[in-house]
Design a protein around this ligand. Sequence first.
Ligand code: SF4
Ligand code: SF4
Length: 732
Amino acid sequence: MGSVQIVTTILAAAITAVAVWLAVRAVMKMTAVIRLGQPAPERFSDKGARTKTMLVETAGHTRMLKWGVVGAAHWFVMVGFIVLSLLVLEAYFEVVTPTGGLPIIGHLTIFGLATEIITVLGLIGILVLMVIRLRNRPTRPGGRSRFTGSTMWQGYFVEWIVLLVLIFGLLIRGFKVATDHFEYPLWATPVSHAVGAVLPDWSDGASVAALIKIVISMTWLIVISLNVTMGVAWHRFLAFPNIFFKREPAKPAGSGLGALRPMTSQGKPLDFEEADPEKDQFGVAHVEQFSWKGLLDFSTCTECGRCQSQCPAWNTGKPLSPKLLVLSLRDHAYAKAPYLLAGGGKDLTGEEKATQAQLAHLDVLALAEADKPLIGTAEEGGVIDPDVLWSCTTCGACVEQCPVDIEHVDHIVDMRRYQVLIESSFPSEAGVMLRNLENKGNPWGAPQNTREDWTKGLDFEVPRVGEVDDFEYLFWVGCAGAFEDRAKKTTRAVATLLNEAGVKFAILGEGETCSGDPARRIGNEFVFQMLAQQNVETLNEAFEGRDKAKRKIVATCPHCFNTLGNEYGQLGGEFEVVHHTQLLAHLVATGKLTPVQPVDGGVTYHDPCYLGRHNRVFAAPREVLGDAIAGDLTEMPRNSERSFCCGAGGARMWMEEKIGKRINVDRVEEAMATGAKTVAVGCPFCSTMLNDGVNGKGAGEQVEVIDVASVLLRSVKPEQPQGGKETAPIGG
Ligand code: SF4
Ligand code: SF4
């Protein structure tokens, strides 16, 4: 060993020892913080599906590849990081002797070839990512950036480290070529040979370059170890467990949505007949009341801003960004952690758990952080502003886009649950809706005995459950479908089409009550359970004696469709629920309905969030429209998985939209820009919101918003009176 190698070996060993010690400390700190969360035993179920999903999502980059170039570039950088870690290991042999290499594997030409290819593709990948980050930097003139609010130096730092590690890897090889100590042939490593051709014949070159590569790599490890909230770096490790522990691993990528999780205390679902707010946790009031998976979510965020770029609230000037919400919770959790780890925290009656002695030596900043209310205005020192919490439409665009499977909607609803159930703190205008749900069983407060009024004037009898037993489908009308004039037209259109196709169906009539969706999404789990239990009982009775495959329900409202199909199982109600567009598509495909007169004038389709993104029903409404209209459907730029919310979900329908541009107006402008004269929808709330938007733009005479079922009815029965345009106001 020469004198240069003695120095390079000592320096490499020293910096590595420091880096590894700091990294171990950092991992222990992160683990301790994540373990502060509440139990989540369901996350350990179905390990086979979890492993498969984790491998598919990471190796296949299923989320990232939705973003084309970025996804491909990131894939090469990820593979480069994993495979080229071996080359960092090899550098430790090269600081000892410039001709050194990995034992056994390092002598294989295939290893030389594979690492050469990955180095070159990794270099291209990281340069692409660097250019994309720079072109999207928040400070660039004009335009909104998905990186607004991200810690930009961390992103640049990580990218430069990757670039330099790759460059120094090539320099090591180049010096070996230049000194004639490189054992891979030219055909397998042409780039290394090209680099070697321009480097001097310096015998210590490989050792010095290897030392620099180790110093760069260990600097990265030291910096991230000193910054445990640096998700842009830590996600390389945390993304794997975060995806493994996602809530519904068996579902296809991007569909971990649909049902909300039940309200839990100590990891067990709460039953409101026995729950006690002094003994049970009602929602989330403090950051440590999220589950450990929630704290893992916050730690894993890469700050990529994909969620932010799709969020309807953020895109219309509201203060909510799902990314900034996650970052605020992460920073608060880590800043408060010393206090919690010292034994601090409030019990369910609000009393401090720690003794004075336990908190005596705590950093004043940790104590100050512990005093912050989780939900509060800037003046109150709150972590999350109430306007942020109540701006969410639960559209799921953030969860759909997040490459590391962070579950924003669950966290938002958990915080809402505490605010509503314990603090009674929510936008006051939604109080009327909640009172109506409790007292009248529908959000509008309409009399229950008018639930069947929509059947008046139909030229056939609509059968009720109880009057007939041999129905195939129970037609779940929903509150909007029963009480709201525009939606009643859809209800009538669906009933007419089912009757025309000879489908045996029956309604519950006055036996139906609200599915509970708005109560659950605003956070009032108590009212949700009350309504849902009543409905589950009614439905179980209606389907008595049938197995699940024959307990078929068709619903016109995607919120009912989602709640009945995905959430009633949590309360003992197992049903096969389809959306009316799915059933209509089937009836057309099987020849039971025949469109005879194409609807013309140009048609575009707005995907309702709870039908499309939450439940992956994208094709059926398009198939129905494809059969019923003249020419092709005109798609809006934001469609299918990337559809833009109408603004009504998450009980936002019953809250005023006081901040920023109205979401429905933004969506209507996009629809009108297609030039289509008809905007087809598949949801009564979307219909209301988009109609209001069209009328607000003074375009009510030129553009019609109408349900897919009504479009089909016009085509199947052109002679049928259509009842004019669907322009009646809500509650009419
Ligand atoms: S669910 Fe929709 S509105 Fe809510 S934070 Fe996510 S993207 Fe924004
Ligand atoms: S929450 Fe997910 S999508 Fe949003 S910034 Fe973090 S990693 Fe990216």
